[in-house]
Design a protein around this ligand. Structure first.
Ligand SMILES: *[C@@H]1O[C@H](CO)[C@@H](O)[C@H](O)[C@H]1NC(C)=O
Ligand SMILES: *[C@@H]1O[C@H](CO)[C@@H](O)[C@H](O)[C@H]1NC(C)=O
Ligand SMILES: *[C@@H]1O[C@H](CO)[C@@H](O)[C@H](O)[C@H]1NC(C)=O
Ligand SMILES: *[C@@H]1O[C@H](CO)[C@@H](O)[C@H](O)[C@H]1NC(C)=O
Length: 641
């Protein structure tokens, strides 16, 4: 037996104590493929400085669903007892142990604590570090990716961190998300511009409603609703007879991504025909990150979405003022994190912790860009927010998707209803693209796996699908899933597990109406988040756009219509001294609410070379729990505390 001298034992003992520092590196995030339109070009110089952001793990995230359910489930004793913003921040702020673990790790790796800065929200540690330092720290290689429009981004394919840091670090940027900004952009050969297809508001993004080109008549009656939807059709369909009383206290936000913009003459033209007392009414424009209702580019592709959303939201909730959350400047546009920053400040960092393949980074360094500071916590979240935009879930990394999704839970806990349209391509993604077995995107027949939508796949938003009044039917007949021009987005997430509120509904669907597909098409385990949650008419909307009337189709229409109904319910609750309904999913799936929806049992959402799913009795991944009956919902929601 070898007896060690005392000093050697002491060294061994100190190794044992310091053992966590020696834990092996494990892959933290990895990208399966390059984002569409981007390809890897060359290694980046080791002395280039990267503005690194370490996103700290937030505390109590394992309780976030329970906390949200606690204030949103109709049977919870705490129903409606929404949290203040300060309580949310405190509850989820990273623990002091996490903050010091990350700071100590960086310090021990040669990034002295004097170089580290903790963001005011305490959820990012920021460091300027050389590529050589970061490559050593994360055991990776940095490269430059280029798009086909001359843009360049810095990033890596995967990165690793010591095993004992895993629980403390959520995401690190710039890494696999191709956030790619460097401290001195002149160190890149070309200016960094965005691939226009990556901008939510871009005319090529696949967002935005569709038209069949038909020019509708404007002398319409209720008998014409199978061909032409106007506000009176929706009021008749969904039993809406209500005039708001608490408009000063109530709030209803519509999010638009620049360059999408409304035209006031379009609103007036619509009001003149369908809601004459509103001629001249404007939305309240809140400019987020330089957001402008631009009038330089006009036409269906630039004005269709905003005109549709505002004309219907304003007419259906008249005289409720509508808050227009106009997001992003003309150069960069914006992504979902940007409007979230504006209402809850969680994603804000000094130089962009957002996801620049989707989100604008402000201040914008490009010519003509927004020069002000990033819009961070500039308004309180409106009681209802309707967003008729989405992206394929596969285009965002799971960790980014989860981080954003948690923000929706937080604003739900604060009493906001967040409605996202479910997409217009049935079970396929934007541009009818589907997934291959290795997770890449491809049009059928190469792509056969269904391609779910984000944020609809986040369990903490309310996803809205589309229905139609079928030809020769009336507002008194049952609607069908929309099968004109568009198909209602619906399906099962590949990232998010199933939330408790929909377990029974989804299990019932899979058991009683098993779809004729295998796990090769969709996650059929019954353990993943399914969408949409509910639906509303999305066919044949008469909309004034760029000086003329168009017939418009899409879940883009269904979301603001649903948002209007929830806004009216909030008005009635506010009027009797109650609070807004907040996150509605636990209520709408409950037995109590089941009969307040019109179950949709016909039609499907074809895509990926298949008929898609089929609407049927009970919840289904085409039309959710069905379309709302305002009067019945109002009665139920007035009973709740
Ligand atoms: C990183 O460098 C930029 C540009 O010089 C500077 O503005 C920023 O404050 C630095 N950040 C940190 C955390 O030192
Ligand atoms: C993924 O699958 C598609 C279609 O089967 C194929 O074209 C592509 O090369 C594959 N990509 C990878 C990274 O394996
Ligand atoms: C609707 O009614 C019209 C006129 O009666 C008829 O020509 C048309 O075929 C009907 N359409 C459908 C889908 O039943
Ligand atoms: C299905 O979804 C669940 C929950 O997200 C997940 O655990 C499981 O791995 C998924 N199955 C497949 C085959 O992807």
């Amino acid at each position: 037996m070898v007896v060690f001298p005392v000093f050697v034992s002491a060294i061994l003992a100190s190794f044992v104590l310091a053992e966590p520092l020696l834990s092996p590196h494990v892959v933290h995030e990895k990208r399966a493929r390059d984002p569409l339109g981007w390809s890897r070009t060359r290694r980046i110089d080791p002395d280039v400085i990267l503005p690194m952001r370490f996103g700290l793990t937030q505390n109590n995230m394992d309780t976030i669903e329970d906390m949200l359910m606690d204030v949103s489930h109709p049977e919870s004793p705490n129903y409606g007892k929404h949290w203040t913003a300060a309580k949310v921040v405190n509850h989820f702020a990273p623990s002091p142990a996490t903050i010091s673990a990350v700071k100590d790790w960086l310090h021990s790796e040669g990034i002295h604590s004097s170089r580290q800065r903790l963001s005011p929200s305490k959820i990012w540690v920021e460091v300027n570090a050389s590529v050589a330092e970061v490559e050593r720290l994360l055991k990776t290689e940095y490269h430059i990716w280029a798009d086909n429009e001359g843009g360049e981004r810095v990033g890596c394919h995967e990165y690793s961190i010591p095993e004992h840091m895993r629980d403390h670090i959520d995401i690190i940027k710039p890494t696999v998300h191709l956030t790619g900004r460097i401290a001195n952009p002149s160190q890149l050969r070309k200016r960094q511009i965005k691939d226009s297809n990556h901008r939510l508001g871009s005319v090529n993004s696949g967002n935005g409603p569709k038209t069949n080109g038909q020019k509708p008549s404007t002398t319409l009656t209720l008998a014409d609703c199978d061909q032409f939807i106007t506000p009176v059709c929706l009021q008749a369909l969904y039993n809406i007879h209500y005039r708001p009383l608490s408009t000063k206290r109530n709030t209803f936000g519509i999010v638009e991504f620049t360059p999408q913009a409304f035209l006031q003459p379009d609103l007036d033209m619509f009001f003149k025909n369908f809601s004459p007392s509103q001629v001249g009414q404007k939305p309240i424009l809140v400019s987020i990150d330089g957001g402008v209702a631009q009038t330089t580019n006009t036409g269906f592709d630039f004005n269709g979405e905003s005109d549709l959303d505002l004309e219907y939201a304003m007419a259906l909730t008249n005289p409720q003022p509508i808050t227009l959350l106009q997001t992003g400047d003309l150069v960069e546009g914006a992504g979902f994190d940007n409007w979230l920053d504006a209402v809850d400040a969680s994603f804000c960092t000094f130089e962009g912790g957002d996801d620049p393949t989707q989100d604008g980074i402000y201040p914008d360094p490009l010519p003509g860009g927004f020069t002000g500071p990033e819009s961070c916590g500039i308004i309180k979240p409106p009681h209802v927010v309707s967003i008729s935009y989405g992206q394929d879930e596969v285009t965002i990394t799971p960790k980014s998707a989860m981080r954003q999704c948690a923000e929706y839970a937080k604003i739900g806990m604060m009493g906001t209803t967040v409605l996202y349209s479910s997409g217009d391509n049935g079970v396929a993604g934007f541009g009818n693209v589907c997934l291959t077995s290795n997770g890449t995107e491809a049009v059928p027949p190469a792509g056969t796996r269904f391609n779910p939508t984000f944020p609809s796949g986040c369990p903490f938003v309310t996803s809205v699908g589309a229905t139609q009044i079928s030809p020769n039917k009336t507002v008194h007949d049952p609607e069908s899933a929309c099968e004109q021009v568009i198909f209602s987005g619906g399906g099962f997430s590949n990232i998010f597990g199933i939330p408790s509120y929909q377990k029974k509904a989804v299990a019932g669907f899979l058991k009683n109406h098993p779809p004729p597909y295998t796990a090769a098409q969709f996650n059929n385990s019954g353990t993943s988040r399914a969408f949409p949650d509910l639906s509303a008419n999305g066919a044949n909307y008469v909309v004034a756009i760029d000086g003329g009337f168009f017939l418009v189709f899409g879940t883009s229409a269904s979301a603001p219509t649903t948002g209007s109904i929830i806004t009216l319910i909030n008005d009635a609750r506010l009027t009797i001294g109650k609070g807004p309904v907040g996150f509605i999913n636990p209520a709408i799936y409950s037995d109590l609410f089941r009969f307040a929806f019109n179950d949709i049992t016909t039609g499907g959402n074809q895509g990926c070379g298949t008929p898609g799913f089929t609407a049927t009795t009970g919840w289904d991944p085409v039309t959710g729990v069905g379309t709302p009956n305002f009067e019945k919902l109002l009665a139920l929601w007035l009973l709740l505390p």
